[in-house]
Design a protein around this ligand. Structure first.
Ligand code: UTP
Length: 298
């Protein structure tokens, strides 16, 4: 069991975030908030639930706000304590990270997700590690990475989170060529990054959660460019299959929101807003009102 334990997670956050320009000119995408918590906080909470204790951020220029977010805020905490705002203090304290638990490395040029993960190689070392893309936010009873870590404890190898997408959407994802389909777990025979609908081996797509063996870093050492001229993580994982090592797809239980896209971000805002007991009634009433107005205008 302990052999397949994962304690480190890499958060590649060095992308340009062009779909959210002009906001991302000065705000890292990962700091944008769903209700009142930045995207990155959802990812950190999910990682913690899976037993992750070391958090490696691959950042780039202009991501200072992200590093500040993880600093303790003693003045603010004292002010809240003095004014008796204990609930808010608790909210704030829950975001505190243990000193030394976070490390930052820079990706000097946005050469692709595979390259971003490769930039963290010295901090990862020779052990399995998780990769989490914070713009994929997953609402789930048991957090997605925890589901995967439990499955990985049994299987080892490499594991990617997978979900069925409409066939016409495969060109936006890494897509799995499925071997043995065991329900939640599938063995993977091949992986293709962003295939056209007619070339896609299935409609089971990879989303932003991975548990990988350090061999993948060896594959990334070759720094081969793939789809879109970028160094693709999918290609480095697919090389594991060619080398005769195991890659599994894991159909997680939960609802994934693509917060890297505007429509996905808005959907997540509605879902997370409605899920909040302090906002639910007022927000639902408002949504019903505007729905009625929209219908009447049709
Ligand atoms: P995206 O494909 O969403 O790219 O990257 P992006 O730059 O963040 O956003 P758009 O498409 O321009 O709007 C997926 C994840 O990979 C990271 C991103 O930060 C994001 O978490 N990434 C991507 C890197 O860290 N480095 C890269 O070179 C590319």
């Amino acid at each position: 069991m302990t052999k397949n334990k994962v304690t480190k997670a890499v958060f590649p956050v060095a992308g340009l975030g062009t779909r959210f320009l002009p906001a991302t000119k000065s705000i890292p995408k990962e700091i944008m908030t769903l209700v009142d918590r930045p995207l990155i906080q959802y990812a950190i909470d999910e990682a913690r639930a899976a037993g992750i204790g070391e958090f490696i951020f691959v950042t780039s220029r202009g991501k200072g706000a992200l590093e500040d977010y993880f600093d303790h805020a003693p003045e603010l905490e004292n002010a809240l304590r003095r004014s008796g705002k204990h609930q808010l203090l608790e909210v704030l304290e829950r975001t505190n990270m243990e000193s030394g638990a976070i490390a930052y490395v820079r990706q000097h040029r946005a050469l692709g997700l595979g390259h971003a993960v490769w930039c963290a190689r010295h901090l990862i070392g020779d052990e399995p590690f998780a990769v989490m893309l914070p713009d994929d936010v997953i609402a789930a009873e048991k957090p997605c990475l925890q589901q995967m870590a439990e499955a990985f404890a049994e299987t080892g190898g490499n594991m990617v989170a997978a979900m069925e997408v409409p066939p016409e959407k495969t060109s936006s994802y890494g897509v799995l060529d499925i071997g043995d389909d065991r329900g939640a777990l599938v063995t993977v025979k091949g992986m293709v990054e962003k295939p056209k609908q007619q070339d896609a081996p299935s409609n089971l797509a990879v989303i932003g959660r991975y548990i990988l063996s350090p061999d993948v870093l060896g594959n990334l050492n070759r720094r081969k460019t793939g789809a879109g001229g970028e160094i693709q993580l999918t290609d480095a994982i697919a090389e594991e299959i060619t080398a005769g090592r195991k890659v599994y797809g894991y159909r997680f239980r939960g609802q994934r929101y693509d917060c890297g896209s505007k429509a996905g971000f808005l959907q997540a805002t509605v879902a997370f807003g409605l899920a909040r007991t302090d906002l639910h009634d007022e927000f639902l009433e408002y949504l019903c009102q505007i729905m009625a107005q929209q219908k009447a205008a049709l």
